[in-house]
Design a protein around this ligand. Structure first.
Ligand SMILES: NC(=O)c1ccc[n+]([C@@H]2O[C@H](COP(=O)([O-])OP(=O)(O)OC[C@H]3O[C@@H](n4cnc5c(N)ncnc54)[C@H](O)[C@@H]3O)[C@@H](O)[C@H]2O)c1
Ligand SMILES: [Zn+2]
Length: 401
């Protein structure tokens, strides 16, 4: 992994540049995450301190059109190459990776060059993989501009692109030099993108750090999710919650599996809805929110979560604007068929009709099998919980408290 030439702020407080800085510790790896409001010039100065001979910006066409001026500011006087592609998952392909790598090499990048991911999780993942491959590893800086990227993907070392067979099949783990963001970026996100990231953030509060729930409630009650103070709080809380489990789990294969809360069924709902409605299907985080409701109902049926704790799930999810109902385009049988192929298979020895699942004993307390936050769940339990979110008024214990 690359060495870090940016001064790291171990105290996790102000670094004197107008940016606040938090050390992110993922297993043996550490990097600083610095952020603020209206701080693009400070970010540019910090990137300049890395003394790169060239910057390679990896972005998408929409981000470039909207934030071209900020990109120029980030580059400053440093020679820069901009690698852009139409936005979306079609960028996370081997073809695009190859084209970007060849272009960067032909442009004369060296081991002193720095790859800068500028955009959402898609350019972030592609740039991460590029940085890990070029000369067996060049320096990587993330400048996330979506809530998913800033509050979720950059807090992980996972970098991946898609294969023809499935999502995120081709990847590696790679540590950035640093992450920088300006919360002003998030104010231009379409509502569905903004909320999608906040649902992942809410997942971390429910499954890992319920002590952050009062703060999240206050942000939701304030009604202005894009107010700078709200966004700064959400970023701080995301860093604290996700770091709490990745600090001892570099590869997210042990304690970090709790980050999969809501994902077994949520991801299946997302896939089925995209098959049915294409790009109009539920965004990832929204589908995960529904997956969390399903998980909460299973825990409740086992006598683990109380009515009140299920009610907290509903309160937070609906507070973030998610309708707590399975879309009519999604059939339960199809969801169960996708669930049977879940990528957490292999972590537990299982009987035929069971699936490994993150279930909560209580808010912030996953049920464990050995050290893994996974437990076998029978397909009939999942079906019963899905039935509840198809007809929520029939039996859902919606108790707000
Ligand atoms: N590595 C990990 O652990 C991890 C975790 C979560 C997600 N991911 C990956 O991240 C990807 C999803 O990330 P995403 O949702 O950020 O997708 P994305 O990068 O495609 O961004 C979503 C859309 O928002 C637009 N956009 C970006 N910034 C904007 C801004 N400030 N204002 C207006 N529009 C803006 C983009 O152009 C794009 O159209 C997936 O591929 C997923 O696999 C990885
Ligand atoms: Zn997710």
């Amino acid at each position: 992994m690359s060495s870090n030439s940016l001064s790291r702020n171990g105290s996790g407080v102000h670094d004197g540049s107008g940016l606040r800085s938090r050390p992110i510790v993922i297993g043996d790896e550490t990097f600083p995450y610095s952020f603020g409001r209206g701080c693009v010039p400070e970010i540019a100065a910090a990137i300049g301190n890395l003394a790169p001979d060239k910057l390679v910006f990896v972005t998408d066409d929409d981000v470039l059109a909207r934030y071209g001026r900020e990109l120029d500011t980030l580059a400053g006087a440093i020679p820069a190459l901009i690698l852009s592609h139409p936005a979306g998952e079609s960028m996370k392909t081997l073809d695009c990776l190859t084209e970007h790598l060849e272009t960067a090499l032909r442009a004369g990048i060296t081991r002193r060059s720095v790859i800068v991911a500028f955009g959402g999780g898609v350019p972030g993942n592609l740039a991460g993989l590029m940085a890990s491959l070029l000369f067996r590893g060049v320096r990587l800086v993330h400048v996330p501009t979506t809530t998913i990227a800033a509050m979720d993907s950059v807090l992980s070392l996972k970098q991946a692109i898609n294969s023809g067979v499935g999502k995120n099949h081709l990847g590696t783990y790679y540590t950035p030099e640093a992450v920088f963001t300006d919360v002003e970026f998030f104010t231009t996100l379409p509502e569905r993108e903004l909320r999608s990231g906040l649902c992942e953030m809410a997942k971390n509060c429910l499954a890992i750090q319920p002590s952050a729930l009062p703060g999240l409630r206050a942000v939701i009650a304030g009604g202005a999710l894009t107010a700078p103070d709200s966004l700064l709080w959400l970023l701080e809380a995301s860093i604290a919650a996700k770091s709490a489990v990745t600090v001892r789990d570099t590869f997210e294969r042990r304690a970090g599996l709790v980050l999969e809360y809501g994902h077994t069924v949520g991801h299946a709902i997302e896939i089925c809805d995209h098959r049915a409605r294409g790009a109009a299907g539920l965004p990832h985080g929204t589908a995960i929110a529904l997956g969390m409701l399903v998980a909460a109902h299973i825990s409740h049926a086992r006598g683990w979560l109380s009515d009140g704790e299920v009610g907290v799930h509903y309160e937070i999810v609906t507070g973030l604007g998610v309708e707590p109902v399975l879309p009519p385009s999604v059939r339960i049988d199809d969801v169960l068929a996708v669930v049977a192929d879940d990528n957490k298979r292999g972590y537990l020895p299982l009987h035929a009709d069971t699936v490994p699942f993150v279930l909560l004993r209580a808010l912030g307390r996953p049920e464990l099998t050995g050290e893994l936050p996974l437990t076998p769940v029978q397909v009939r339990e999942i079906r019963a919980a899905l039935d509840v979110i198809v007809q929520p008024s029939a039996s859902a214990p919606i108790v707000i408290g």
